[in-house]
Design a protein around this ligand. Structure first.
Ligand code: ADP
Length: 565
């Protein structure tokens, strides 16, 4: 049965019971009222008439006329109020007895008359007793029925109170449970309220939705699985090691190349915490440490012993958008490293081997300049001058190359000692005097009067750096220009700077000029592109840093800075 009908039926039953209860109660009250009225009318009035007749008989001897009138008046009323079975006979007997008494009012007639009146009174009082007994039993019955009907309606009301909320809410509850299941991705959940339920439409809409979601899940799941397999195949086919982490640093994937170098099977690491595994795996620990300490764009190099040989990997950290994870990619640069080492060794040997013949050339030139060997004409002098300049340049280049190989092979040795910044500046000015004179540059020194902290540096190397900066400033400035060299104390640092007013450097190259062999495109002055790179290495080897501020057309200012705190 439909819920609507169930509610209507129950309320109908309750209504019928309440109406019956009301009807029954009013009927019972009416009957009791009638019973009381009947007793009053039928019997109490007869008793009243009889008592008045007794009074009339007793007062007969005093005033016979008015007593007779009173008697007859009440007798008449009694004759119209005959209600009991014997009463008619007793009432007509009473008339006869009174007629005899009026005719002959002796003692015998009076006794007979009194007896008949008393008989009438008894008849009516008995009837009153009997009727009031019946009224009491009627009232009791009515009370019982009223209680029974009240209990029945109360039970129906309680039943409705308990049952209806259940009837109404149970489909809603079931629907809610269904929605919870769906939200937990259990798309197999279906609702069934029976074929005749008015919630059937809602159930079938819900079931359709669940079915569509289930189909969608199956199709998208199949797509996800095939895409996953596709990606796994691609990742495994890549020769370079790759490791995927989620934002909790749990390992999502690792290709065969990676499992090989970390020496752990994929099954032991997939979906495990990389932090936990890194506790017992040195290589993974280094990768994770790099991930935590490096910023997004940073990459670093890793030396690994694999298959009993030294391998070098460049590590790239690819941070996925919205912090959803990181992919760590390693590229094998062992071959390049070996080639680079071979190149460095080669340059080192060549530079070293060149130094002796260059020194011999320069020695020979010195001898040539000596008049004792024979005087040269002007043309020969200018040729010798050219050889001298080129030999110096060659010597410079070979010494720069040697310095670079020292840095690259890690054989750079620092011999730090306490040095005044002014000593470094003076050295650089002295070393570039001839060059400055040739370019007619005016070198100014800016040195504070106040006490300048001393540096604890390898003075030979830092003097070389300052000289290199000053020589660049002279080279890249037009003739007759100003160059300022100086030092200042800034916070915990001592800074040595070289400022020129030359052509300046395009901001695009402010970082790259510190790379090896880089020269700003269009630079006409000859050079190796190594001076700033070596300067950077030397300064950083002391824990300092080098920077450039430059604007095209306005000049450049190179600054090296050392912490003196
Ligand atoms: P090199 O001077 O031998 O070419 P460096 O490493 O010293 O090598 O300098 C790299 C490049 O930076 C130079 O080729 C030049 O283009 C540019 N550069 C360096 N110093 C200056 C300067 N003071 N003014 C303008 N350009 C400069």
């Amino acid at each position: 049965m439909k819920t609507k009908n169930k509610i209507a039926l129950s309320i109908g039953i309750l209504l019928v019971v309440i109406v019956s209860l009301g009807f029954f109660t009013s009927q019972s009250t009416q009957i009791m009222k009638l019973n009381t009225e009947n007793i009053l009318k039928d019997n109490y009035n007869s008793v009243d008439y009889a008592q008045k007749m007794i009074f009339a008989v007793n007062s007969f001897y005093k005033d016979s006329v008015s007593a007779s009138n009173l008697f007859l008046e009440n007798l008449k009323l009694q004759e119209h109020n005959v209600t009991e079975r014997e009463e008619r006979m007793v009432t007509s007997q009473l008339r006869n007895d009174f007629m005899q008494f009026r005719h002959r009012p002796d003692k015998d007639n009076k006794i007979r008359l009194d007896e008949t009146i008393n008989h009438l009174i008894k008849l009516n009082t008995d009837a009153i007793c009997q009727k009031s007994g019946k009224a009491v039993s009627d009232a009791r019955d009515a009370l019982i029925w009223t209680i029974v009907l009240s209990i029945a309606s109360a039970l129906i009301a309680i039943f409705m109170l308990i049952k209806f909320p259940k009837i109404l809410t149970s489909p809603i509850k079931e629907l809610l449970a269904g929605i919870v299941e769906i939200s937990n991705h259990n798309y197999d959940k279906r609702l069934n309220f029976g074929p005749r339920s008015e919630f059937n439409e809602m159930a079938s809409s819900f079931n359709n939705m669940a079915q569509e979601l289930s189909q969608f899940q199956k199709s998208s799941m199949a797509r996800v699985i095939s895409t996953k397999q596709y990606l796994e195949t691609v990742i495994n086919a890549i020769k370079e090691p790759i490791l995927g982490l989620d934002n909790e640093k749990s390992i999502l994937f690792a290709n065969q190349a990676l499992t090989q170098i970390i020496n752990l099977p994929a099954a032991e690491i997939i979906h495990k915490s990389a932090l936990d595994i890194s506790l017992s795996n040195d290589l993974l620990r280094r990768l994770i440490r790099g991930l935590e300490s490096k910023k997004e764009e940073d990459n670093n190099s890793l030396k690994i012993y694999s298959d009993n040989k030294e391998c070098y990997y460049d590590v790239h950290y690819l941070h996925l958008p919205e912090k959803s994870g990181t992919v760590i990619m390693l590229s094998d640069v062992t071959k390049f490293r070996m080639l680079d080492n071979a190149k460095t060794n080669f340059i080192s040997i060549i530079s070293h081997e060149l130094k002796t013949p260059i020194a011999a050339i320069m020695m020979s030139l010195k001898l040539l300049e000596d008049n004792r060997v024979g005087e040269m004409n002007d043309e020969q002098k200018s040729l010798a001058q050219g050889i001298q300049e080129n030999s110096e340049r060659l010597l410079n280049i070979t010494s720069e190359l040697l310095k670079m190989t020292q840095v690259e092979t890690g054989s750079l040795q620092l011999n730090p000692k306490i040095t005044k910044p002014i000593e470094l500046i003076d050295y650089a000015i002295g070393a570039t005097r001839i060059l400055a004179e040739r370019f007619r540059c005016n070198i100014e020194v800016e040195y504070p009067e106040t006490k300048m902290p001393k540096l604890f540096v390898d003075s030979e190397k830092i003097a070389w750096v300052v000289t290199n900066l000053l020589s660049n400033a002279i080279h890249y400035s037009p003739e007759n220009s100003r160059i300022i060299i100086g030092a200042k104390h800034v916070g915990h640092n001592v800074e040595i700077f070289v400022r020129d007013f030359g052509k300046g450097i395009d901001p695009r190259y402010h970082d790259t000029i510190f790379e090896r062999y880089f020269r700003v495109p269009g630079t006409k002055i000859q050079g190796s592109g190594l001076g700033l790179a070596i300067s950077k290495d030397f300064v950083e080897a002391h824990g300092g840093n080098i920077r450039v501020d430059s604007e095209i057309g306005k000049g450049s200012c190179f600054t090296i800075s050392f912490n003196v705190a």
